[in-house]
Ligand binder design. Structure first.
Ligand SMILES: *Cc1c(COP(=O)(O)O)cnc(C)c1O
Length: 387
């Protein structure tokens, strides 16, 4: 019987996949496109790196372990992983999607895949009835993102999966915001988990990558075929960097969460800030679901500036530690203006409905000392107040 392992141990050992031929403890970078064959068609396990590469193979094993899935697949970006999932569908399929998915996900579905005869319904999934009402005989997929980005609404994964039971509807969960440390969609009934490994799993803002985990063999085979046939695969160096990052994932997530909690509490007490949204605050409308479904509340906070837009701009420019930049999940704190930055591609009407306006900011709390982050925010708030 293997010993029961804590999250910290699991992360360290998921990333440590000893290489079989040499025993190298750290995954070597197999920077090669092709592999020598023994006789025509008889390989030593690999033939061409689009189809498979040993460094990528080790990463894929590690990714599977993180989500306690049977299979893992690595892609060149989060969106490349997403398009592979869509490409396992037949034409005319109908997909129900969270209405405030990551901006790039919405753009991929609306501006690329609608052209190919797929249809998408974007609904507010914080109310499960909205999903139920849209299911028809062409529905083949329910695409959940929870917490959503940037408004941090939650979707009940277990209840959503019940709607798909005894049907051929595949449930996909974008688990980027929680990382495998804080949420386990497969154990709640989901068929596929997708990550932008660019974010928490990569964690150092130095790579772009995507991952898919599943325990369904048929789904894996279809995805694996798309991965090879379409070829949106990561380079061996990117795979190596991701493996290196995985070892500290649980350690980083713990610090992200602790910091975010302190920062969220601080923000709720500021006159210049209103509507602090963080799943770990009791004021979050779905706090009970957050406690039930998530093992931790992660490190993203959204909030509204209480004052003119010019002040908000000054605030973002007055920050010393916190960097104004897109992306999230890195060790350093980043602040983002969704309307002008990450969510520019969301149709204006929908943006307004979701509350993504010029006063909204999203903070990805890093792993610095939380008192220092708070000092930085405090200084910037003081410097930016025009009144
Ligand atoms: C960033 C992100 C993506 C897209 O991933 P890329 O690596 O940028 O292609 C998808 N979903 C979520 C929730 C994200 O934050």
């Amino acid at each position: 019987m293997p010993i029961e392992k804590n999250e910290l141990t699991k992360s360290v050992h998921a990333g440590l996949t000893t290489e079989k031929t040499t025993g190298a403890v750290i995954a070597p970078i197999f920077q090669t496109s092709t592999f020598e064959q023994i006789s025509p068609g008889e390989t030593k396990g690999f033939d061409y790196s689009r189809g498979g590469n040993p460094t990528r193979g080790l990463l894929e094993e590690a990714l599977a372990k993180l989500e306690e899935a049977k299979f893992g697949l690595a892609f060149s970006s989060g969106l490349a992983a997403e398009q592979a999932i869509i490409q396992i569908l037949d034409k005319d399929s109908h997909i129900i999607v969270s209405d405030d998915v990551y901006g790039g996900t919405g753009r991929l579905f609306r501006q690329i895949y609608e052209k190919y005869g797929l249809s998408f319904d974007f609904v507010d999934m914080s109310n499960i009835e909205n999903i139920k009402n849209k299911i028809n005989n062409k529905t083949k997929m329910i695409w959940i993102e929870t917490p959503t980005n940037p408004t941090l609404k939650l979707v009940d994964i277990k209840e959503s999966c019940k709607l798909a039971k005894n049907s051929d509807i595949t449930v996909v969960v974008d688990n980027t915001f929680c990382s495998p440390v804080f949420q386990s969609p497969l154990s709640l009934g989901a068929d596929i988990v997708v990550h932008s490994t660019t974010k928490y799993i990569g964690g150092h803002s130095d790579l772009i990558g995507g991952a898919i985990m599943t325990s369904n063999e048929k789904v894996y085979e279809r995805l694996s075929f798309v991965q090879k046939a379409v070829g949106a695969v990561p380079s061996p160096i990117e795979c190596f960097l991701t493996l290196r990052s995985i070892k500290t994932l649980a350690l980083r997530m713990g610090q992200h969460e602790k910091n975010a909690f302190n920062v969220a509490k601080y923000l709720t007490e500021q006159k210049k800030i209103k509507n602090v949204i963080y799943p770990g605050l009791e004021s979050h409308p779905q706090y009970d679901l957050a406690k039930k479904q998530m093992k931790g509340f992660s490190g993203i906070i959204s909030f509204t500036w209480n004052g003119p837009y010019e002040e908000l701009v000054k605030f973002t420019q007055s920050l010393e530690l916190i960097i104004l930049a897109e992306s999230l999940g890195g060790v350093e704190s980043l602040i983002n203006h969704p309307e002008k930055m990450t969510h520019g591609s969301v149709p204006k009407g929908l943006r307004e409905k979701l509350g993504i306006d010029e006063k909204l900011l999203r903070l990805s709390v890093g792993i610095e000392n939380s008192d220092d982050i708070i000092k930085d925010l405090d200084k910037a708030i003081k410097l930016s107040s025009l009144s």
